[in-house]
Design a protein around this ligand. Sequence first.
Ligand code: SAM
Length: 247
Amino acid sequence: MNYHVLTLFPDMIQDGLNTSIIGRAMAKGILSLEAVNIRDYAFNKHQKVDDYPYGGGAGMVMQAEPVYLAYEAVCQKIQGKPRVIYLTPQGRVFNQDMAREFAMEEDLIFLCGHYEGIDERVLEEIVTDQVSIGDYVLTGGELPSMVMIDAISRMVPGVLSNEESGQTESFAGNLLEYPQYSRPEEWHGKKVPPVLLSGHHANVEKWRREQSILRTAMYRPDLLEEADISEKEKAWLSQNLKLEGDS
Ligand code: SAM
């Protein structure tokens, strides 16, 4: 997977992604990351990339031409036209299914806006996907693109080691993950659930599955509607939700 990020702040992208699991995958060559400075494609005296909005109003707008030239430079370099993701609060809200889908691409271009955004005409010409990371407005598209790159990379084969496998994580099968515990067995008077110390693999799996279902029902009931759970598990859940409500 090769990421190409078109940005006015390339250092932010490079510095933000070169540590931990993603940094290790880049060092191994499983992922590559190129932060392209849009300003390098502003062919005017002061490398100016923004201007006032037509029609008036607050703020500045990133101009079409430098963005287009930066995009063309990437396409020429890789000899292709990959999907172009424009980070925008107006886009489809990012989720795990989208991360899985984007992870199947070989190259992805992320376009980061700043100020009031980018001239609509270049967006119409090059953008294939408009994606938001949530219903709030950030200063720029750099943090959202890093969020997306992190989540997508976890789905790229070889990025996570076996121990870090993403198979049972939250949102797999539309369920949240079960609670996790580590040593010591007792902390601040709170004990680790005994089943986890039993060494009985099937019972541990059963408990984890039940906890996933219970958690999802309590914290994210919206997910549960799409979750793959049996009639028996539904009956178990309504019983246990009643118990939680009574306690
Ligand atoms: N004027 C724009 C609007 O109201 O839709 C917001 C512009 S915002 C201040 C500047 C840039 O930050 C956007 O072009 C986009 O790239 C990025 N951005 C802000 N919030 C975002 C979000 N929730 N998800 C993805 N990108 C976001």
